[in-house]
Ligand binder design. Structure first.
Ligand SMILES: [Zn+2]
Length: 271
């Protein structure tokens, strides 16, 4: 499943190149998770002004309205100046004066939704519940610490829920908690201000490194083929059950938390 760093790297891969492009046609494949919300023809003639990201949504701003695009479980985007025939899993094509933006999505949990503006009811339904962005400076200690105090669940679960801060998926949650020295089972409200700050910095560090790693991977994609999968960081604990901790040598443990595997070092990460 594409995570925040993958979505951000996808954005970086075409945002500049599509900016200023005029939409010349729209092709819809099989139905995606949600309907487009307008007649495809209504998009023709509009101009793409910029591409932003909110959580795992890409916001393609038009001179009138915007498209919210989500990659779902298996989606990937490509942007290319050459037109090529649609393949079976290509379910959305935005043909523009600067190239073809194409969504390939075998499982069709992705979506492209047109909204008049970001404050519309439809946009609020998709974006309204999202926590703060971890990478743009709005993720501050005061708000984070205060929000943690309100949560009784285990910190790993709280991070995965994405209500306090977006983008901390399973791998990144395990790695950030390791860097912060916090056991994933600690209840969020018991985390001290000092540990909350360590965790905040660890989350930023892990996600920023993943984006950077993805960015360097991307330079090889000169034709901007859509990329999939994780930008695997050198994991400290994730998927390393039974292997020695890189810091202290103790065996990394795996537990189940809400259907997901959690990895941690029982010595470095304190309850
Ligand atoms: Zn350790």
């Amino acid at each position: 499943m594409p995570e925040l760093p993958e979505v951000e790297v996808t954005r970086l891969s075409f945002a500049d190149r599509i900016s200023g492009a005029l939409i010349s046609s729209v092709r819809m494949g099989k139905p995606l998770r949600w309907p487009l919300g307008c007649e495809p023809q209504a998009l023709v003639g509009r101009k793409v002004t910029q591409v932003r990201r909110r959580g795992k949504y890409l916001l393609i701003d038009l001179d009138k309205g915007l498209l919210l695009l989500h990659l779902g479980m298996s989606g990937s985007l490509s942007f290319s100046v050459e037109q090529s025939p649609a393949k079976p899993h290509d379910h959305f094509d935005l043909m523009t004066s600067k190239g073809l933006l194409r969504l390939n999505d075998p499982r069709r949990f992705g979506a492209v939704v047109f909204v008049e503006d970001e404050c519309s009811a439809e946009a609020a339904k998709l974006l309204g519940h999202l926590g703060v962005e971890p990478l743009n400076g709005e993720f501050d200690l005061e708000r984070f610490y205060k929000a943690l105090r309100q949560k009784k669940a285990a910190i790993k679960q709280v991070l995965l829920a994405g209500e306090l801060v977006v983008g901390v998926g399973n791998i990144y949650a395990s790695e950030a908690l390791f860097l912060a020295g916090i056991r994933p089972t600690v209840r969020a409200f018991k985390i001290s201000r000092l540990r909350a700050e360590k965790l905040r910095l660890a989350i930023i560090d892990v996600l920023a490194r993943a984006v950077k790693k993805g960015g360097s991977t991307l330079r090889d994609f000169s034709n901007a083929e859509g990329q999939q999968g994780y930008f695997q960081l050198e994991a400290n604990v994730y998927d390393r059950a039974g292997e020695p901790c890189r810091v202290c040598g103790a065996n990394v443990k795996r537990i189940q938390q809400g259907q997901r595997s959690t990895y941690f070092c029982p010595s470095c990460q304190k309850p």
